[in-house]
Design a binder for this molecule. Structure first.
Ligand code: ACO
Length: 319
C-alpha cells in the first residue's frame, strides 16, 4: 500500500516587519486592542518587487534542503494562494520556472485560508494513486496587496509569508486521513468581491469581512472537522500530540482547542509573529514547530484550515 509522508518543511517571511505600534501611527488603533482581540504583535510585509511566487520559492528551497532532495526529484507542484502573481498562468508554474524544474505537473488551488490543507489532501491522493511520488506543496500569500489600509477592522489582521512541505511516497503513513468541506452560501462573510474587466477593476479589490460571523463559523467547523478526521482513524482528540489550526487569531485557536478538550500546551501558535497569512499559515506554523524541536518523529499532528468560501478541512498527519 502506498502512503504519503512529510519529509521536509520550509517557510519564509519577508524581512520588513510592521508592529502594532507602527500601525497605530497610521490609523486609529492600538497595540493593546490588536493584541487582546487577536494575539497578533506584528506582521511581515513583502517588498513591492516580491510576488507570491518569490515568497514561495524561498520557502520551497528551505523545504527541499530539509528533505535533502534536488528540485528535479519533484514530480508534482501545488501552490495554494488567493493572491496569485497573475490571473494566469498559475503561481505554481511561475515558481516551477524560478526553481529550475521542468516537466512536472504544476497548478494552483484556491480555497483561501484552507488552501494549504486542500492542497495537502489533493497531493496525498495523487501520491497514493501511484501517479506521483514526490510533491512540493506551498501556501504563499501577499495579503498586504488586497487590504484596505484605511480599514482598521481588517488591515491589522493579516500579513505576508509562505510555507512549504515536501510530501513523498512511502510504505507507511504519513497522512493518515483528511476531510475537506465548503459552503458557498457564506460567500459574503469573507471576500474580495472584485475582478478585472476591460482594463478596469469591477467591484472591490479589497478584503471585506464580517469578523464576528467568521469567528463563530471558524470555531464550530474546526471542532467538527477535527473530530471527523480523527474518527476516520478510530482516534479521539486525546490522541493528538500537536494541534495546528489556521493561524487567524489567537482567540479562535484557543477556543478550538478548548472545544476539542485539547490542552492549550499542545497548540502551536505563530500568529503573534506574522498575523494571518491565509494559505501560508499552517505550513509556516508546522515548519516553526519542527525546527524548534517540539514536533518529533512519530507525533500525530492535526492540521486545520478554515477560510473564505466558506471552506474548511483537516489532515491528521503522523510525522
Ligand atoms: N483598533 C481599534 N478598534 C477597532 C479596530 C482596531 N483595529 N477594529 C475595530 N475596532 C472597533 C470597532 O470599530 C468597534 O468600535 P465601536 O464599538 O465603537 O463600534 C469595536 O472595535 C468592536 O468591533 P468589533 O468588530 O465588534 O470587534 P470584535 O470584538 O468582534 O473583534 C475581530 C473584531 C478581532 C475581527 C473579531 O471579530 C475576530 O477575531 N473575528 C475573527 C475574524 C478573523 O480572524 N478573520 C481572519 C480572516 S478569516 C479566517 O482566516 C478564517
Amino acid at each position: 500500500m502506498i502512503w504519503s509522508r512529510i519529509v521536509g518543511t520550509g517557510s519564509y517571511l519577508p524581512p520588513k516587519v510592521v508592529t502594532n505600534d507602527d500601525l497605530a501611527r497610521q490609523m486609529d488603533t492600538s497595540d493593546e486592542w490588536i493584541r487582546t482581540r487577536t494575539g497578533i504583535r506584528q506582521r511581515h510585509i513583502a517588498e513591492p518587487s516580491q510576488a507570491s511566487s518569490d515568497l514561495a520559492v524561498e520557502a520551497s528551497r528551505a523545504a527541499l534542503a530539509a528533505a535533502r532532495i534536488l528540485p528535479q526529484e519533484i514530480d508534482l507542484i501545488i501552490v495554494a494562494t488567493s493572491t496569485p502573481d497573475y490571473i494566469f498562468p498559475s503561481t505554481a508554474c511561475i515558481m516551477q520556472a524560478k526553481l529550475g524544474i521542468k516537466g512536472c505537473a504544476a497548478f494552483d488551488i484556491q480555497a483561501v485560508c484552507s488552501g494549504f490543507v486542500y492542497a495537502l489532501a489533493i497531493a496525498d491522493k495523487l501520491i497514493r494513486s501511484g501517479q506521483h511520488r514526490c510533491a512540493l506543496i506551498v501556501g504563499a500569500e501577499v495579503y498586504s496587496r488586497i487590504l484596505d489600509w484605511k480599514d482598521r477592522g481588517t488591515a491589522v489582521l493579516f500579513g505576508d509569508g509562505a510555507g512549504a512541505v515536501i510530501l513523498r511516497a512511502d510504505s507507511k503513513p504519513g497522512i493518515m486521513a483528511s476531510a475537506l468541506h465548503a459552503d458557498g452560501s457564506y460567500v459574503d462573510i469573507l471576500s474580495v468581491p472584485g475582478n478585472v474587466c476591460g482594463g478596469k477593476i469591477v467591484g472591490s479589490p479589497f478584503l471585506r469581512m464580517d469578523g464576528q460571523a467568521v469567528f463563530k463559523f471558524a470555531v464550530k467547523v474546526l471542532d467538527e472537522v477535527a473530530r471527523e478526521t480523527l474518527a476516520m482513524c478510530g482516534l479521539t482528540p486525546a490522541d493528538v500530540d500537536w494541534l495546528i489550526p489556521h493561524q487567524a487569531n489567537l482567540r479562535i485557536l484557543e477556543a478550538t482547542a478548548r472545544k476539542l478538550g485539547i490542552d492549550p500546551s499542545k497548540l502551536i501558535v505563530t500568529v503573534d509573529r506574522h498575523g494571518n497569512t491565509s494559505a501560508a499559515s499552517v505550513p509556516l506554523a508546522l515548519d516553526v514547530a519542527i525546527r524548534d524541536g517540539r514536533i518529533k518523529p512519530g507525533h500525530k499532528i492535526m492540521l486545520q484550515g478554515v477560510g473564505g468560501g466558506f471552506t474548511w478541512g483537516a489532515s491528521l498527519v503522523e510525522m
